[in-house]
Design a protein. Structure first.
Length: 662
């Protein structure tokens, strides 16, 4: 029997997610009745290929099996699992048990000969091996047969596999590596960083790329770059009256200069976007543009296609609302109107236009307010021609909605990380991301966005910015910051109780001084270096939270078994006080034996410490070293008296544990 194959999303209704060059790990329950032995294989192929590749699976225990394949190109891949009664292993196991017990195995030898005779060799080497096995049988040299891995492999290949059970074909969408693992940096190209407060252009933004690249980010995300409507244009701090020189919100898209395939004249031209994308590529980065499928009242579509918009009872076009908030500068589109097909094709053309201009990464604004069938259709249409394109869903909505967006094709998703601040809720949320939604929702953790300045960031000061960056960068394979607001610790809200920034770049230009002495740029640079150094931080599976006797300390590990890479992270969640306590490391999660000795090297604070066993003491000061990001290296164990006595082990741990963070 073959059951519970994974990864499978909603019984195969949606494809699971994979990345080029990264293992696709497949699990299945494979079993037979009675005492007979099963065997299992994983079969994989590109969806466009007729040829399957067989990969042996390995038993994990309790009838669970695992196999891996590594897709080497983009696009849809398929896999299936086959299981069968392994007659050779059943014979070998039973015969060995009888022989070890000193029982007569003459009948078993005869049965083994029949199995060998039923196999046809594929070449002379296999013929010779089978002849040698038959000769060993005749001589009664069972040890030569029962402990012969080469013969086992041959019999596995050639022996008839009936009865065989084959799972349904499952699909994996294989995307670029940065769909799985990436670091995002968002900035407004119209703002300056030279202190002049002069409007900047896309060409000027090229000069900012070296700074972003030096910080180690690999995706540069720009808010909408299109012409901004003038009707009901918003002023500074979201006021309803805009002055003559106020630029307006970039999300109010469309004016007489054009719509979604135009560039605001004050920013430059479409050719400048291509130059910016090329400049990013030269630095090992990707340019991401914002897809905001909504229109300003001045958008050309309002006159050309009024049927693409929702109309109120009085015949006027419905503007966006989130009561009591009103957004008179934005008209939502009607995705189910009389000409929905014309609208859908026009929006697909928008994406195609920017892909042709050199853009392959899109951050999608508010996708949860558009129909799921639209996104499933659009993303599949784009990927059919451009499998290199990835989409990030900016959807802060109910869990099932965010999950469905991942299922219908979004490569990544914003998360609730921004508001998960207590230890218990961080552990609960990321455990869910690393288990229940692992196969279809890739999280992208952001401590801040232009829309979100949490109360914690407003009042916790610089230490909160530090710990939130460390948490985001080490918990999630993908993370991002809205800068330079983040590294410059911008934390003043427009009013008490609001998450909006005072003097938000959404409504006005800013001029930033990147040389402030309190900048967190060195920390961001180091975090991205650590992420590149440690493959364990580049995956979501392998995450495990550990116990600690202080609720203000959070402790977790991430492991990449294929590379023997282990990382231990301990963070002080209290921004005002030093916190200390004992952490209890579940060594099994690190694939280390109980009472192991291991070396911890602090990748942020420096220093190397020797720990033994599961207990360790830490002290972390938010005004100094607020967190440890340890690389874990096992040490060859040596004998210690009392090693088998848990109380002695604890006493020894207390006596010898390094007090780190001093």
């Amino acid at each position: 029997m073959v059951e519970l194959v994974r990864p499978v999303v909603d019984g195969g209704r949606f494809p699971a997610k994979g990345a080029v060059g990264a293992d696709v790990v497949v699990h299945a329950d494979v079993y037979v009745d009675g005492h007979d032995k099963p065997d299992a294989s994983l079969w994989a192929r590109r969806a466009a290929s007729r040829k399957w590749t067989e990969i042996p699976m390995r038993p994990l225990g309790n009838d669970r099996w695992e196999g891996r394949f590594v897709p080497d190109c983009l696009g849809p891949w398929q896999f299936r699992v086959s299981g069968w009664l392994d007659r050779w292993e059943t014979w070998r196991h039973g015969t060995k048990a009888k022989a070890d017990a000193g029982q007569d195995v003459s009948v078993e030898i005869q049965a083994g000969t029949e199995l060998l005779d039923s196999v046809s060799a594929a070449d002379s080497a296999e013929t010779d091996m089978l002849e040698a096995a038959r000769t060993a049988h005749e001589r009664g040299a069972l040890d030569d047969i029962l402990a012969n891995p080469s013969l086992d492999a041959l019999m596995r290949r050639r022996l008839d596999r009936q009865p065989e059970n084959i799972s349904r074909i499952c699909t994996v969408t294989v995307e670029p590596e940065h769909a799985r693992f990436s670091s995002w940096y968002e900035f407004f190209p119209r703002s300056s960083v030279d202190g002049t407060n002069q409007p900047n252009t896309l060409v000027d933004a090229i000069d900012r790329l070296d700074y972003v690249a030096d910080l180690g980010f690999d995706v540069v995300y720009l808010p909408p770059i299109h012409p901004i409507g003038r009707t009901y244009r918003k002023g500074p701090n979201n006021t309803l009256e805009a002055g003559e020189n106020d630029p307006g919100s970039p999300w109010a898209i469309g004016a007489e200069e054009g719509g979604h395939t135009a560039v605001a004249p004050e920013l430059g031209t479409v050719a400048d976007v291509t130059k910016l994308a090329s400049a990013c590529a030269e630095r090992g980065m990707h340019l991401a543009l914002d897809l905001a499928f909504q229109c300003a009242p001045d958008h050309p579509w309002v006159k050309e296609h009024p049927e693409w918009f929702v109309h109120r009872a009085d015949g006027t076009i419905q503007y966006a609302e989130n009561p009591p908030k009103k957004y008179q500068d934005i008209y939502p589109l009607d995705f189910t109107g009389s000409d929905w097909q014309g609208l859908w094709n026009a929006l697909k053309d928008v994406v195609e236009f920017w892909v042709d201009a050199g853009v392959t990464v899109f951050r999608v604004d508010n996708p949860h307010t558009k129909p799921f069938p639209f996104w499933e259709w659009l993303i599949s249409q784009i990927r059919a021609r451009h499998p290199e394109v990835i989409f990030l869903a900016e959807a802060f909505s109910r869990p099932r909605i965010m999950e469905m967006l991942g299922k219908v094709g979004f490569s990544q998703s914003y998360t609730y990380f921004t508001w998960r601040q207590e230890r218990w809720e961080i552990e609960e949320y990321f455990t869910e991301l690393a288990t229940r939604t692992l196969d279809f929702l890739r999280p992208n953790a952001w401590p801040n966005t232009p829309d979100i300045l949490t109360e914690q960031l407003q009042h916790g000061g610089r230490p909160v910015f530090v710990t939130r960056a460390i948490l985001a960068a080490t918990l999630s394979p993908s993370w991002g910051v809205y800068g330079p607001a983040f590294e410059l610790v911008e934390r003043t809200a427009v009013r008490e109780g609001s998450e909006e920034y005072l003097d938000s770049e959404k409504y006005q230009r800013r001029s930033w001084d990147l040389d402030q002495p309190h900048t967190l740029a060195p920390l961001l640079m180091r975090l991205n270096e650590i992420r590149r150094m440690h493959s364990a931080l580049q995956h979501l599976d392998g995450l495990h939270f550990h116990r600690c006797d202080n609720q203000q300390l959070i402790c977790y590990t991430k492991v990449d078994p294929g590379c023997n890479d282990r990382v231990l992270v301990i963070v002080n969640l209290d921004p005002w006080n030093a916190q200390s306590g004992w952490v209890d490391i579940d060594l099994k999660a690190l694939d280390l034996p109980y009472d192991s000795e291991y070396e911890l090297h602090d990748e942020i604070g420096g220093g190397t410490y020797g720990w033994r066993g599961n207990m360790g003491w830490v002290e972390l000061d938010p005004n100094g070293l607020a967190a440890h990001v340890f690389s874990v290296t096992p040490i060859v164990p040596t004998h210690h008296e009392g090693r088998d006595d848990p109380e002695a082990n604890l006493s020894e741990a207390i006596a010898h544990a390094e007090v780190v963070g001093q």
